[in-house]
Ligand binder design. Structure first.
Ligand SMILES: Cc1ncc(COP(=O)(O)O)c(C=O)c1O
Length: 381
């Protein structure tokens, strides 16, 4: 089926002119297939005898499989999580840091990448260092210089900035970390979807990603990837009753053997929202059907359109780097009066975000070019 046919089938309601949705960096819409699964799931949940452990386990197995396929991981490296923050806290609390170890992050990163480390510094005495940005942009060179300092044990970054839309080069940072034996922790929520990733080639130790934005899934779904060599060496700090071997046999739960699964299920906090993961599976199937590379390419074309428009418009400050390798699905611009521009967009039915004084536009692969034209027209007024 062609991409346009998939878009018509799955996102028909977003093709109409009533609402112009340029806000997938905030919340991604459910594809039609996922919406239907959500309804079926509610029906099944109203009759729980249809929703036994076999269905629950099958759902989660499928989730790990679909995610693994998306990022080039093995399903055993995927722990299902209810948001991005959980996986970032997993990194902060499970990696064996000791007092004085240095953790490096970037200034202006989303708070989900900052607070867990501030709390860790307060609780354990690690040295949490925030590297200044170059203006509003992550400073990749400064991050690379910072990890050269003695005592650095981890680098923690967002793949793509929620604010500027800048993309960091994970390959470059990951290789630099690996060469120095430094853990590389990545928040992928603003990257995966507009960009593709293959963790079998890009050295990452822990990657966390909610699927509620670019991966078009319900709130309460997400995952952490933990590199397989690391899985067995890390202790879960929050211990679920299903973190241990044999816990899927509900006929004998009372043998109390604290022997963790030797895969990433040891980090999962069961019970998980099975209904929501079923819906996520349907959404990921749509992305796989369209093709992650095709999805990313379409988003790149749309964002390029906005960039070129901003470059032509005097008085419109483009925050996002203009070259394809340094951005993803977010374009941030600062018009002369951002609040007034935001109010104008809202009044005309253009869903967008106002972040740190900039207008943030985030089209997805289903966004009609005409919608962009309309939104940019409103911004130009
Ligand atoms: C970079 C980044 N990380 C994390 C989040 C959200 O974290 P969580 O999935 O825990 O709500 C967002 C957006 O809300 C984000 O932009």
């Amino acid at each position: 089926m062609s991409l346009d046919a998939i878009i018509q089938r799955e996102f028909g309601r977003l093709q109409q002119d009533r609402t112009i949705y340029l806000n997938s960096a905030a919340t991604g819409p459910l594809p039609e297939r996922a919406r239907r699964v959500a309804i079926e799931q509610a029906d099944m949940r109203a009759e729980p005898w249809r929703y036994g452990p076999d269905v629950q386990f099958r759902t989660l197995d499928r989730s790990r499989e679909l995610i693994a396929q998306l990022i080039g991981a093995a399903p055993q490296e995927i722990a299902l999580m209810v948001n991005t923050s959980y996986g970032l806290n997993l990194a902060a609390r499970s990696l064996p840091f000791k007092k004085g170890d240095v953790v490096v992050a970037s200034d202006r990163d989303f708070p989900a990448n900052i607070y867990p480390w501030m709390a860790l510094a307060r609780d354990t005495g690690i040295d949490f260092r925030v590297v200044p940005c170059a203006g509003r942009l992550f400073d990749e060179e400064a991050l690379l210089a910072a990890i050269e300092q003695p005592g650095v044990k981890a680098l923690v970054v967002s793949w793509v900035s929620f604010e500027s839309g800048m993309q960091l080069d994970l390959q470059r940072l990951g290789e630099a970390c690996r060469a120095r034996n430094i853990w590389f922790v990545v928040d992928a929520i603003q990257g995966l979807g507009p960009l593709t990733l293959d963790v079998s080639r890009t050295p990452i130790d822990i990657l966390s990603c909610g699927t509620q934005k670019w991966l078009l899934s319900p709130w309460g779904t997400g995952f952490a990837y933990v590199r397989k060599e690391l899985v067995r060496t890390l202790e879960p700090t929050q211990v679920s009753w299903m973190a241990v071997e044999g816990s899927d046999d509900f006929t004998q739960l009372l043998n109390y053997r604290l022997q963790y699964w030797d895969d990433a299920r040891r980090f999962e906090m069961v019970s998980l929202p099975y209904q929501d993961f079923s819906v996520m599976n349907a959404a990921l199937e749509v992305i796989h059907e369209a093709g992650p590379v095709v999805v990313a390419a379409r988003i790149r074309e749309l964002t390029r359109h906005i960039i070129e428009w901003a470059q032509r418009h005097h008085g419109m400050q483009l925050v996002t780097p203009s070259d394809d390798h340094h951005r993803a699905g977010i374009v941030a611009v600062i018009p002369p009066d951002p609040r007034a521009a935001s109010a104008r967009l809202t009044a005309r039915g253009v869903s967008h975000s106002l972040r740190e004084g900039a207008i943030r536009l985030s089209p997805h692969f289903f966004t009609p070019v005409q919608h962009l034209e309309t939104a940019l027209g409103v911004l130009s007024e």
